[in-house]
Design a protein around this ligand. Structure first.
Ligand SMILES: CCCCCCCCCC(=O)SCCNC(=O)CCNC(=O)[C@H](O)C(C)(C)COP(=O)(O)OP(=O)(O)OC[C@H]1O[C@@H](n2cnc3c(N)ncnc32)[C@H](O)[C@@H]1OP(=O)(O)O
Length: 172
């Protein structure tokens, strides 16, 4: 797998927050109409991100017909959105709400409709407010990676960050 993104070598190590979601447990929705994780969005990804026992998370996503890009295979933007959600949820394990500032996806193999993607993402470390993550996806055989990603998130004050837009939120 080729990567253009090179995380800094001098990242600060991190530990799980004492109140982080326990291993094997679903990390709760960030809100119910989020395109990535919300239960109430008719065309959302409906991802359920599961905490690992360290600084990692996993998730599964059936590749359904509306996700089609090139005939018979997933659209790259849908796959990128899934990586965004899975990597963006992981920093909650260290108690850090974040937003994406950079996401890079390596598309290694075509991903057929009807398959199920298995995602794994892990926190690599931080530098100030910047949190670096790596992620990968396979279709059932962990030795056969079909896509991978690197992401950079920045911690935010949630209330301040969304204050200007909160009144325009959609409730379905
Ligand atoms: C909350 C629970 C989350 C659950 C899962 C969610 C998954 C989905 C996540 C998303 O899709 S979020 C939506 C897409 N992202 C955004 O809308 C973010 C838009 N960007 C911003 O609002 C601002 O850029 C941001 C608040 C993130 C940062 O602005 P600030 O003024 O607070 O900070 P600053 O610009 O100084 O950046 C902080 C650090 O990040 C670095 N940085 C910012 N953007 C960067 C970039 N694009 N690439 C590399 N580094 C970047 C910046 O250089 C700096 O590094 P240093 O501290 O070392 O100086």
């Amino acid at each position: 797998m080729k990567h253009a993104f090179v995380p800094p070598a001098d990242l600060e190590p991190l530990v799980r927050h004492p109140k982080a979601t326990g291993p094997g447990q679903h990390i709760g929705l960030h809100h119910s109409t989020c395109f990535g994780c919300g239960d109430d969005t008719p065309l959302g990804l409906h991802l359920k991100v599961i905490a690992g026992d360290d600084l990692s998370v996993t998730a599964q996503m059936p590749v359904v017909d509306w996700m089609q890009g090139g005939p018979g295979v997933i659209h790259g933007g849908v796959l990128s959105a899934a990586f965004d959600e899975v990597t963006g949820t992981a920093p909650l394990l260290i108690g850090a709400p974040v937003v994406t500032v950079h996401l890079e996806v390596d598309f290694a193999k075509p991903i057929p409709l009807g398959s199920t993607l298995h995602f794994e993402a892990r926190i690599l470390g931080k530098q100030g407010r910047k949190i670096y993550l790596a992620a990968s996806a396979h279709l059932g055989d962990p030795e056969q990676i079909v896509a991978s990603a690197h992401a950079l998130f920045v911690t935010i004050d949630v209330q301040k960050h969304f204050a200007e837009h909160y009144d325009k939120r959609v409730i379905l």
